[in-house]
Design a protein around this ligand. Structure first.
Ligand SMILES: CC(=O)N[C@H]1[C@@H](OP(=O)(O)OP(=O)(O)OC[C@H]2O[C@@H](n3ccc(=O)[nH]c3=O)[C@H](O)[C@@H]2O)O[C@H](CO)[C@@H](O)[C@@H]1O
Ligand SMILES: C=C(OP(=O)(O)O)C(=O)O
Length: 470
């Protein structure tokens, strides 16, 4: 089992570069499916497990991709399937974001119900409500959703009951090729929505109002591949700000955009941290003693839920009692139990966590219960007495590029231990299985192709990929 081992007590200092934003790059890569012509070239694509997952989804749909030096090139001219396979969708919730582009391009999509971090129920009703308003017929199967529309999608006025980030993105992507104008009211305002709109507009779309509560999308006939650079990851930047503050450090966070981090900056300043904007980032200088603050997560521009667990780690060592209220996800306090293993004093009361500060944290064996919880445990380990061993790293690898290397470069005593590669004998067996599968696949596909049409459609939707209105 992979683990990160942190020995607390080192003051962080120096420069750390923020990677491209996971939550911006995933919808943007999904949106590349909209280009009927030309290649999209996306820069600042972080090397994350989630990016690899969406890459697999796009490839399964017929996209041709290359990834080199943080640049991904995608050609989606020839889509060969409308089905996002379960094996990838179950790994990552954001795979569901291909539904909007597939409906726009092909008028049909079949997607397994999404997986991802178990931080709440994470409904998708607002995505579906938006598609239905655009004339899409939705069928819920066992473990999947099938959506189709004869002819082009129709522009509509859609009011979101919750300002969902994913629903706003999915509906925007469906609407760009629709007939007429779509208005999304109570739209999410996150910077990642603006980044997606900028990429869509570079492709030839007409999206206005992204970043406000009302987004208007005028449908166009066709979109082309475009160049785009992904915004820096505000959650990764925020995590390094917390790491600096935990260790009374002095860290420059290269690429961090102050405006995107306003609520995090404001809370850290209330605690006594000094933050200054530089030419290309933010400098964070933290005193040894920090004051407690109350924090409530809210949609942007409120305090981000994705920073809640890291902030809680900092509040555990600040002076005084803090109340953390989580309003976005009903099950996002799983890290509390892990913090308690490190001597934290936290009580949960429904959606509130009462954090008693001034804790002398002690190193312990802990597990990342979700992506940000993993980062928060690492942050706590940076100022704990002794060694903290964090497992459950598959969560962390979804969203942080080399967090161990970046913290070590700032002076942290941190290392990652990965299990030794499989014994050569097992590797040989695996190679043999892979070769056998490769040989078997063409036979299976040929058998499917010659099967009865009805059966063929049921079992191999990838064989029928003409737009429904073609
Ligand atoms: C890949 C990505 O960008 N992930 C981010 C995105 O997730 P995601 O897009 O999944 O989050 P949403 O904004 O959709 O979810 C927010 C809340 O709305 C609810 N909801 C959502 C959709 C819906 O149809 N019905 C409904 O009730 C959810 O259950 C949740 O309670 O925004 C979250 C909130 O900022 C972040 O924590 C995630 O990191
Ligand atoms: C919850 C997160 O991601 P996802 O929506 O992909 O699960 C996150 O980035 O913290």
């Amino acid at each position: 089992m992979s683990k990160i081992i942190v020995r607390g007590g080192q003051r962080l200092s120096g420069n750390v570069r923020v990677s491209g934003a996971k939550n911006a790059v995933l919808p943007i890569l999904a949106a590349t499916l909209l280009a009927k012509e030309g290649e999209s070239v996306i820069h600042d694509v972080p090397n994350l497990d989630d990016v690899m997952t969406i890459q697999q989804v796009l490839a399964a749909l017929g996209g041709k991709l290359t990834y080199d030096n943080e640049t991904m090139r995608i050609n989606a001219e020839q889509l060969t399937s409308f089905e996002a396979p379960y094996e990838w969708v179950r790994k990552m919730r954001a795979s569901f974001l291909v539904m909007g582009p597939l409906l726009a391009r092909l008028g049909r999509a079949r997607i397994s119900l999404p997986g991802g971090c178990a931080i709440g129920t994470r409904a998708i009703d607002q995505h579906l409500k938006g598609f239905e308003a655009m004339g899409v017929e939705i069928v819920l199967g066992q473990g999947f959703i099938e959506a189709r529309k004869e002819g082009k999608l129709k522009g509509a006025k859609i009011y979101l009951d919750v300002a969902s980030v994913g629903a706003t993105e999915n509906i925007m992507m469906a609407a760009v090729l629709a007939e007429g104008t779509t208005t999304i009211e109570n739209a999410a305002k996150e910077p990642e929505i603006v980044d997606l709109a900028n990429y869509l507009n570079a492709m030839g779309a007409k999206v206005r109002g992204a970043g406000t509560g009302i987004i208007r999308i005028e449908g166009v006939e066709e979109l082309k591949g475009a160049k785009h650079s992904v915004i820096p990851d505000r959650v990764e930047a925020g995590t390094f700000m917390i790491a600096a503050a935990m260790t009374a450090g002095d860290v420059h966070i290269e690429g961090a955009i102050g405006e995107h981090l306003a609520p995090v900056i404001s809370k850290l300043e209330e605690m006594g941290v000094v933050i200054t904007e530089t030419e290309n980032g933010l400098r964070v200088v933290a005193p040894k003693k920090l004051k407690s603050v109350d924090v409530k997560t809210l949609p942007y521009p409120g305090f981000p839920t994705d920073m809640q667990s890291q902030m809680m780690a900092l509040l555990m060592v600040a002076e005084g009692t803090s109340i953390v209220t989580e309003t976005i996800f009903e099950n996002r306090f799983m890290h509390v139990e892990e913090f308690q293993k490190m001597s934290a004093h936290i009580k949960i009361d429904g959606r509130m966590a009462i954090v008693s500060g001034s804790t002398a944290l002690t190193g312990a064996k802990v597990t990342a219960t979700d992506l940000r919880a993993g980062a928060a445990l690492i942050c706590a380990g940076l100022c704990a007495d002794g060694e903290t061993e964090v497992t459950g790293l598959h969560h962390v690898d979804r969203g942080y590029v080399d967090i161990t290397g970046k913290l070590a470069a700032l002076g942290a005593d941190i290392r990652r231990v990965d299990p030794a590669p499989a014994e050569p004998v097992y590797a040989k067996v695996l190679e043999g299985v892979a070769a056998a599968l490769e040989e078997a696949e063409p036979v299976a596909v040929a058998a499917m192709a010659s099967a009865e049409p009805a059966k063929r459609e049921k079992e191999t939707p990838r064989l029928k990929v003409q737009p429904t209105w073609a």
